[in-house]
Design a protein around this ligand. Structure first.
Ligand code: SF4
Length: 312
């Protein structure tokens, strides 16, 4: 599959069938924390970067086959999905063809465009981000394309909130020493109050960032910031680790039980099973050697899945 990936376990959404609608890496921001690396194509131009008919045909095949279980369809991109000029058509198609909620991830920068807002309204749930409400911090953390103005972005978010009847969960990603000062949080608090999202979700760096020096904010500081925002904010939590026996056969059994439900990346398995990395490697290697487990590479991530799904 070229555009669909997963399903992958998501902290916020459960089991998410992803749809990546842009080529690497097309964005109008160049965030210092981006896990995709630095932006190669920094642009605000909307266009049909991938042919819409191909994206829809692939999605149609997945729905028709009906073999994959998932909780939602997440329209995302190796960049900013609202840059795809047929976003509205893609969202509408996903909603028509599936009973599962359709989710849109966006960096919010194009929501001051009425056309983009009209298209984004076709999603059931929109997860926009806003990392800073002070121009200087915005430029430091998001390194936007020259024509983007923070005030317009916040205004676009406010307008979208007024027009959109679905759920809106605003994500704020905090980087230590960049956008986590008291002044930054006070400005964010004012902006968030104006926007009125259904949820505020605080996040920090937890995967290799575009810039090595972009470091995470401590959990204690995130807690303080959640309290400073003046309205309920949740810290997006990782999957809880379960302690399981490190004995290899038992570990293999536990992995098989998990893979029976869905394919998982190495990191997902570590987070779900909570065992030490070297034991996990050992168990996975034994299962691959015996032909029980296969690997598949999707959008730069390796996933493990059962070679022949069977009752355990
Ligand atoms: S908006 Fe998203 S894709 Fe674009 S640079 Fe920032 S984190 Fe990366």
């Amino acid at each position: 599959m070229r555009y669909c990936f997963g399903p992958v376990p998501s902290r916020r959404l459960g089991l998410s069938l992803g749809l990546d609608i842009l080529p690497d890496k097309t964005c109008n921001l160049n965030c210092i924390y981006c896990e995709l690396g630095r932006t190669e194509r920094l642009t605000c131009r909307r266009g049909e970067y991938h042919p819409t008919h191909e994206i829809l045909a692939e999605l149609d095949n997945v729905f028709t086959a009906g073999e994959i279980a998932f909780d939602c369809i997440t329209v995302t991109a190796s960049g900013e999905p609202c840059l795809h000029s047929e976003l509205g058509k893609i969202l509408a198609f996903a909603r028509e063809r599936s009973t599962k909620p359709v989710v849109l991830l966006t960096n919010s920068t194009l929501l001051n465009d009425p056309q983009v807002r009209a298209e984004a309204r076709r999603a059931d749930l929109v997860l926009p981000s806003l990392d800073a409400a002070r121009e200087r911090s915005f430029r430091r953390i998001n390194r936007p394309a020259r024509q983007l103005v923070l005030e317009d972005i916040i205004d676009g978010l406010c307008r979208f909130r007024e027009e959109f009847s679905g759920r809106l969960w605003l994500e704020v990603l905090l980087v230590a020493g960049v956008n986590d000062s008291t002044e930054d949080i006070e400005s964010l608090e004012k902006a968030i109050k104006k926007i009125g999202p259904d949820r505020i979700q605080l996040n920090t760096v937890d995967r290799p960032p575009a810039e090595e020096w972009a470091g995470p904010v401590s959990i204690e500081r995130l807690g303080d910031i959640a309290g400073m925002l003046g309205q309920p904010a949740e810290i997006i939590a990782k999957f809880k680790r379960k302690d399981i026996c490190a004995d290899l056969p038992l570990l293999e059994k536990e992995i098989l039980k998990t893979l029976k439900r869905r394919p998982l990346s190495h990191q997902d398995l570590e987070e779900l099973l909570g065992n030490k990395a070297h034991r996990m490697e050992e168990a996975l290697k034994a299962m691959i050697d015996s032909g029980t487990v296969d690997l598949v590479r999707v959008k730069g991530t390796t996933f493990y899945h059962l070679s022949n799904p069977q009752p355990l």
